[in-house]
Design a binder for this molecule. Sequence first.
Ligand code: NAD
Length: 499
Amino acid sequence: MAHGPVQDWREGARKMASRVIPVDVFDLVIFGGTGDLARRKILPGLYRRFRAGQMPRDARIIGAARSELDDAGYRALVAEAVREHLEPEKRDEESLAAFLETVHYVTVDARGDAGWKELCALIREGTVHAFYFSVAPSLFGDLAERLRAHRLADGKARIVVEKPFGHDLESARELNRTLARHFDESQIYRIDHYLGKETVQNLMAVRFSNILFEPLWNAQYVDHIQITVAETVGVAGRGEYYDKAGALRDMVQNHMMQLLCLIAMEPPYRFDPDAVRDEKLKVIRALKPLTARDIVRGQYDAGPGIPSYREDVGNPDSFTETFVAMKVEVSNWRWEGTPFYIRTGKRLKARASEIAVVFREPPHAIFGQPRDGQGNVLVIRLQPNEGINLWVRIKEPGPGGMRLVEVPLDMSFAEALGPAAAEVPEAYERLIMDVIRGNQTLFMRGDEVEAAWAWIDPLIADCESCGEPPILYEPGSWGPEESAMLMHREGRRWREIRE
Ligand code: NAD
């Protein structure tokens, strides 16, 4: 292949992708270290950082949970988790054996005194120590309290808190108050793993390091924005939690609002944790209130060989929504008149998350081109195939006259990087390394979480009190027909999304 600027760029990008800057030596305690999240995401992620040379060999990973295990037993569990959840090309037995030497285990009771002395003995004075709360949210307060009581909540300590962060404004406030009794805000890392995705950060890079997009990034040039988070799975296995939560709490209050914030926020004065989070907070505060009548709520029905949601959760009367679609408006100077349409659901046609920024049509069509509002679209794809595409209209090649065709300009890494794309850290890996580095930019601040609840609480209360059941939809569809109508009414349509 001939060398040129593009080829040079690709080589540069490949080198960058494999460049790792090791973090300082740390002790990381995973409360709930035998649980599902630890086995699927946290432990395989740490191994990947170890194998890449980012996690130092003298770091310590300390599993802490209720099961009676010793170091050897836990190492066997960790090895099994790595083998089960990482493809063969992402692991090798030699580095896995070296990784396991960093792994320890203590049996600890978050609600009692058992195990805490042993835990204290494993944590080295002077090293960064992080405590990952990968346990049920009802234990977060107990853990914070015991860390303080055992003098582990010192200035070197950081805590990582999983979702859900409360189930409404009051419970989120209470949790913030409890954590604040024992830790400073600068020590609290509230995880939203969507923020750890490569493309989400690339979105900020594209917006704020190019002159090309920002001048157009407003109501004058953006017709509307679509945010879709679609899953093909149902709720089996998580039914008990989900039936009390629903899509509004489980997806919209956190992941979707975070994505909306990153699209809508003003440029922060610096890429600094508080500067970024201040701007996100302003967006949440500018959201127009919604009522149950403004949104589409759906629930998946049974399909051939597929149980209905109500069967999945064993609650024949459940009114819990597994799908929502809504038009959200940001009341500020930049966005007045540009709607944000968001939709999320389970048992939909494809597993895909994407954001589409749909630009307005040029003021005058000199080529007589169709004015279907799909000419220029910036598509930010979070999964699968993370990447960013900018759709532009060009002339269809050939002698057929001036016919126009829409083509994507591919800004995604995957194609440029080739096999090196597999080295790009996944969300959890990146976020845990940020905790060790002490960088909170990609974590939610307490006031952000409260503001998000303050906006969504009245909407949830209205949905619960209106007495209307969610609309049933066919599994494998794009949700209730009313979701398409929400767009059609305003002369718009959801973009076709494929896996
Ligand atoms: P899990 O039920 O699989 O594991 C719970 C862990 O907590 C186990 O290791 C158990 O030993 C430990 N534990 C329970 N009671 C304890 C006590 N009294 N003292 C010490 N340890 C105790 O849960 P999970 O699915 O791994 O979820 C953990 C957290 O992560 C939850 O807050 C959940 O909401 C959140 N989360 C999980 C996922 C996921 O995919 N599993 C995704 C997002 C968020």
